[in-house]
Design a binder for this molecule. Structure first.
Ligand code: 9MG
Length: 271
């Protein structure tokens, strides 16, 4: 699993939401069927890792119970593992982490950076599973109300550094960790732009960077585009992040991103 983070070329992480509002139908059987087909399509389109999530972290989102989250995500983790692709589980709940690890998850993607009860121990109990530590100011329900920083870049970096140190103290080696500034998580458009411009300064933390900007409000605001018209902006933003040193881009639109990454690699590998 650790090789994933040591990959020389950038990785495309595909987003698989299993929240009911991600599907046009109501029934859980049909939902599962749609999700399984989405996994197949993502793999055909060249995804490197699939991020399975069962609780929305959008601004204003409501919490989901542990049992409901497990029902939504574990069959999808098993399906991705069975298809032979690395799977990451987007959760902050310790029990969901444990069950996902048991089902074969390669990475925990925690927008709360292992600050919830039991989360740190759940990851430390595994010798292998990778962890993405993300920065968020506040909680999804209210994080966009009035985010404030004196210096967003310095504060986000310092938070991530502290979380790395906490992980190391419980035995999570840094070769299992990647970091994420958390675009849109308690940040204004100005904060997001500043973070993007200065993403290269995160290199001083010496860990791979994951960036998720796909279809986010920041893209919509800059382009004045609704959520169905943000693919081009998302691909360009992901490529900008790669030029600034990002290693993994978390995206909805696999095919155009995979194509853009191929171009990026061809240019980067030239003499
Ligand atoms: C779950 N999720 C939604 N947005 C995200 C982002 O930007 N990064 C990570 N790591 N996870 C995210």
């Amino acid at each position: 699993m650790k090789e994933l983070l040591q990959s020389k070329s950038p990785l495309v992480m595909g987003i698989l939401n299993t929240t009911p509002d991600s599907f046009s139908d109501g029934g859980s059987y049909v939902r599962k069927d749609i999700a399984l087909r989405r996994i197949e399509t993502m793999i055909e389109e060249g995804v490197d890792i699939i991020d399975v999530g069962g609780e929305s972290t959008r601004p204003g989102a409501q919490a989901v119970s542990e049992s409901e989250e497990l029902v939504r995500v574990i069959p999808m983790v098993e399906a991705v593992v069975a298809a032979g692709k690395p799977v990451s589980i987007d959760t902050s709940k310790a029990l969901v982490m444990q069950e996902a690890i048991r089902a074969g998850a390669s990475m925990i993607n925690d927008v709360r950076a292992l600050q919830e009860e039991g989360a740190l121990d759940a990851v430390a109990a595994s010798d292998e599973v990778l962890i993405c530590l993300m920065h968020m100011q506040g909680q999804p329900r209210s994080m966009q109300h009035n985010p404030h920083y004196d210096d967003v870049v310095t504060e986000v970096k310092s938070f991530l550094q502290q979380r790395v140190e906490v992980c190391q103290k419980v035995g999570i080696n840094s070769d299992r960790i990647c970091l994420d500034p958390g675009f849109g998580f308690g940040k204004t458009l100005q904060h997001n732009c500043e973070l993007m411009k200065h993403l290269d300064s995160f290199k001083e933390l010496n860990l791979p960077l994951l960036v998720g900007v796909s279809r986010k409000t920041m893209i919509g605001n800059i382009l004045d585009a609704d959520v169905n018209n943000r693919t081009n902006g998302s691909v360009v933003a992901a490529m900008y992040a790669l030029t600034k040193g990002a290693k993994i881009v978390r995206v909805h639109d696999i095919k155009p991103t995979v194509e853009a990454v191929k171009l990026f690699c061809a240019f980067e590998q030239a003499k």
